[in-house]
Design a protein around this ligand. Structure first.
Ligand code: NDP
Length: 452
């Protein structure tokens, strides 16, 4: 008779939890997974996937406008939010069912309820009240949107709500200058909402390369987004037909919808971590070592709940390293350096490696910077003003490429491939030796000249 009900209990059926649960079950381990919402987690249900569909939806609008210059007559054009919203919800439900099926097919038990820790080896399922034991526990509960505690904040929506709106507002104010705020400002503006994006800093996307930040801020304005910088909301008041948002610079903006995209926090509150000796940091993130092991030696954590690099593919890689460490006799951490990522603004950004400031503070004057800024050919006949920006940063006499920063159509696709070049430590000479593919946007990356 085994000592525990399961070898592995995973809390959270998002990207990280499902990958770990599925892989451990395939190795013959007895696995259970608990999920209080839909399997698939933030990425599938209320994040990356539905967001990307909204971006596609917004882009169709721009393409229809541009189509005329390409000879197409499109007649009367209208947009129906409910059609897009429901199509996306149907698709996320389909994907969620696939996630549940992956667990089932591999013999893992899925509990569709919340689980909390009772002690190091025991979880309580909160709806049924059942307790279950496991030798190893993996916490993969992700994060939740954070709302600042200002007066009237209960009137604001957050990203979870934005996918489910009954109707699109005519006017919206989006607070924040990060990924979600910048992406949703592009979506709303593209779907015809008069959009104001308000950020407390001096340019959007803190943490990105400064030139990318300048460029994206400008591109948002070209989309018709009213970008208001240097302002923090202090109060939201109900008014006839909407709300008035007050800011610390003394200004007020009237709107029908206020959307807080002010960051996300690890979802650790009331998880019972203290019952099992699992420690968290000041942000509520589970403290883990390089092997994703928490301060309790049989409890591990992966994904956004550890607040390392909060991206789906990273959670998946951390989960795979966890399975190797615990079940494949191959202890390994996941290398978090040089992770390529994308921001799905319109146009989107794709980046990998060091920003210019990071490269300069690490390597001083040993760095060289190459840039270009042009209007992609597609936009010329289309009559679109959107441009493309590219930057490549190298180090030393050999000019090893340490950073690539792109903004323009398809750059998320391009950066996926270019990420390999940085991982491989390729040099500018090797980029230059690579023949261009013409006519493409990507060809510019192998013909870049030094910035003056
Ligand atoms: P971010 O941390 O990217 O952005 C939060 C924004 O809110 C920042 O601009 C921040 O300002 C601002 N902010 C925070 N607190 C306040 C406040 N009290 N008042 C006013 N503004 C405030 O978080 P997001 O919610 O946009 O996204 C969360 C994470 O999810 C991302 O960091 C990313 O890891 C992931 N994500 C990834 C995506 C992708 O890969 N494409 C898409 C969406 C999310 P400041 O900069 O000054 O701190």
């Amino acid at each position: 008779m085994p000592k525990y009900d399961f070898d592995l209990f995973v809390i959270g059926a998002g990207s990280g939890g499902v990958r770990a649960g599925r892989m451990a079950a395939q190795l013959g381990k007895r696995v259970a997974v608990a999920e209080e919402s839909k399997p698939g987690g933030t990425c599938v249900v209320r994040g990356c996937v539905p967001k990307k569909y909204l971006v596609y939806g917004a882009e169709y609008g721009a393409s229809i406008k541009a189509a005329k210059n390409y000879g197409w007559s499109t007649g009367t054009v209208s947009f129906d939010w409910a059609t897009l919203r429901d199509a996306i919800q149907n698709e996320t439900s389909r994907l969620s069912a696939i996630y549940a099926n992956i667990l089932d097919k591999n013999g893992a038990t899925l509990y569709s309820e919340r689980a909390e820790l009772v002690d190091k080896h025991t979880v309580r399922l909160t709806s049924s009240g059942k307790t279950v034991t496991a030798q190893t526990i993996l916490i993969a509960v992700g994060g939740r949107p954070y709302m600042p505690e200002i007066k009237g904040v209960e009137h604001a929506i957050m990203s979870d709500d934005a996918f489910l709106l009954d109707k699109l507002p005519e006017k919206a104010v989006i607070i924040g200058g990060g990924y979600i705020a910048s992406e949703f400002a592009g979506i709303f503006a593209g779907l015809g909402v008069k959009t104001t994006q308000v950020y407390r800093g001096d340019k959007l996307l803190r943490g990105f390369d400064e030139e990318v930040r300048d460029f994206v801020t400008g591109q948002q304005e070209l989309l018709g987004i009213d970008v208001k910088l240097g302002a923090t909301p202090t109060e939201i008041k109900k008014s006839s037909g909407g709300y008035i948002v007050s800011f610390d610079d003394g200004s007020k903006v009237g709107t029908e919808c206020i959307f807080m995209a002010t960051g996300r926090k690890p979802y650790t509150a009331t998880l019972g971590l203290e019952n099992a000796g699992v420690k968290v940091d000041g942000s509520g993130a589970i403290i883990v070592d390089e092997f994703s092991r928490s301060t309790a030696k049989n409890i591990y954590a992966v994904g956004d709940v550890t607040n390392r690099v909060n991206l789906t593919p990273v959670a998946i890689r951390e989960a795979m390293a966890f399975v190797d460490t615990v079940y494949n006799n191959n202890p390994r951490g996941y290398d978090h350096s040089n992770i390529a990522s994308a921001v799905f603004t319109r146009p989107p950004a794709g980046v990998v490696g060091l920003t210019e400031d990071q490269a300069r503070s690490k390597y001083g004057d040993k760095i060289s910077v190459y840039t270009t800024n042009f209007r992609p050919m597609k936009n010329i006949i289309a009559g679109k003003d959107q441009r493309c920006f590219m930057k490549l940063i190298t180090v030393g006499k050999k000019e090893v490429v340490v950073g690539i920063h792109l903004v323009g159509d398809d750059t998320p696709e391009i950066i996926q491939a270019l990420g390999i070049t940085i991982k491989a430590g390729l040099t500018k000479a090797q980029f230059d030796a690579t023949c261009a593919v013409h006519p493409t946007l990507a060809e510019e990356i192998v013909t870049l000249s030094k910035r003056n």
